[in-house]
Ligand binder design. Structure first.
Ligand code: NAD
Length: 385
């Protein structure tokens, strides 16, 4: 069978789903690999680099989609791309079936199979295929780099002949995968880092990354009332009004002292909660920076404009980019392509270049959203953890 990778057509997308390294892994599974000419260029992989490891270069997107048994890409397909699927073909990419019902229906109509990498169950066995986590890790890292390049000061404190420089104070709101990566990056650059999450069980992880957990002012000061936002499966639930009030009061208290705020707070299936409000921005020092990783879902900061960097009236830079992984395309492509290679390993038990789409496998079942023209989303809950 052949695995083909088209060039991403989403404007500004620089990632690619197959790298020369992942292609070698796919070839060992028995697949022939083909990539559309120029597809890897923006991520730093030339056609020659693919050719050197035996990957065939296809002249056009049309030839990629026509010749493929398996198509691997990054972004959910555009409707024009779904139309190129047909019975027997398998697409592996991000797909977000809950938000893209029309794509799901379109894929069903083609009779093809779609494996949505965003639907890989978050169980231990599937971590190697968890592209959401790979990309969130990069986004958290890049958010700190972006903050630093807009901050105009050091992260670390220094005593120099020209004077004493205080360390930057960074607040990370939301300590999931992206938030923890941001904490690790900010502390490694020497900042004093604080972090808040509605799930008190992450306090230990926050502290192990070198940050201080911000407790709210409930009676015991150690998170008794902080349980409020914890939902099932490691995700958050909306906060109660009383909890939210305490959270906002704490942020108001911190705002004048904090130099950099990185927000990553998300609740599954909802718009991002507004947590860093206009008055908090107004209370920050000029030159401070807010990086809002929730911008794509409406933003955690009142002033965020998705895909833009703006400066508030009091000189606070607010970064609302929604493409952080694509801004580190070489790293993101390497990790994403490795996630795909792991998925292909599980799909090819015989290592003979033939896919076995085993719907009894929790991970494959969970990620499969259409199978032979039937919609198989949502999946039943996984049997194992
Ligand atoms: P996410 O992107 O859904 O949310 C980011 C964070 O925002 C979460 O920590 C959430 O608690 C927090 N949040 C929501 N509302 C908030 C508010 N009002 N104030 C402050 N914080 C708020 O999270 P994610 O990165 O997808 O991770 C979710 C969970 O899944 C984590 O516990 C993570 O460790 C876990 N996970 C497990 C696996 C695995 O076992 N394979 C893989 C990835 C993630």
């Amino acid at each position: 069978m052949k695995i083909l990778t088209p060039r991403e057509i989403f404007p500004g997308e620089s990632r690619v789903a197959m790298t020369p390294e992942s292609a070698q892994g796919l070839q060992k599974l028995g697949f022939g690999c083909v990539i559309e000419t120029g597809a890897g260029l923006a991520a730093g992989f030339s056609d020659d680099a693919y050719r050197a490891v035996g990957v065939e270069i296809a002249p056009s997107a049309a030839s990629v989609w026509a010749g493929a048994d398996v198509i691997v890409k990054v972004r959910p397909p555009e409707p024009s791309e779904v139309a190129l699927l047909s019975p027997g073909k398998t697409l592996i990419s991000f797909f977000y079936p809950a938000q893209n019902k029309y794509l799901l229906d379109a894929a069903k109509a083609t009779g093809s199979n779609v494996i949505a990498l965003d639907m890989v169950p978050r169980i231990s066995r599937a971590q190697k295929m968890d592209a959401l986590s790979s990309m969130a890790n990069i986004a958290g890292y890049r958010a700190v780099i972006e903050a630093g390049s807009n901050f105009g000061r050091f992260f670390t404190g220094q005593v120099t002949a020209a004077g004493k420089v205080p360390p930057a104070k960074v607040l990370v709101i939301g300590a999931g995968v992206a938030g923890l990566a941001a904490i690790g990056t900010a502390t490694s650059l020497g900042a004093i880092t604080y972090a808040f999450d509605v799930r008190p069980e992450v306090a230990e992880q926050i502290e192990s990354m070198g940050a201080q957990f911000v407790y709210l002012d409930f009676a015991d000061g150690q998170g008794a009332g902080q349980q409020d936002g914890a939902a099932t499966g490691g995700y958050a639930a909306p906060s109660s009004p009383e909890f939210r009030e305490k959270q906002l009061a704490k942020f108001r208290e911190l705002a004048p002292q904090i130099d950099i705020v990185i927000t990553t707070a998300l609740i599954p299936g909802r718009d991002a909660p507004k947590l860093w409000l206009e008055d908090m921005v107004a209370a920050m020092k000029p030159g401070s920076v807010v990086v809002d990783l929730a911008a794509e879902r409406g933003g955690n900061c009142d002033l965020t404009v998705p895909d833009q960097k703006i400066v508030s009236d009091n000189g606070v830079t607010i970064v609302g980019y929604t493409d952080f992984p694509s801004r580190m395309a070489a790293q993101a492509s390497t990790l994403y392509a490795t996630n795909i290679r792991h998925m292909m390993t599980d799909l090819t038990p015989g290592k003979d270049g033939v896919i076995v789409h085993n719907m009894d496998d929790d991970v494959i079942r969970g990620a499969t959203v259409t199978k032979d023209g039937e919609i198989t989303y949502p999946p039943p809950p996984p049997k194992i953890q």
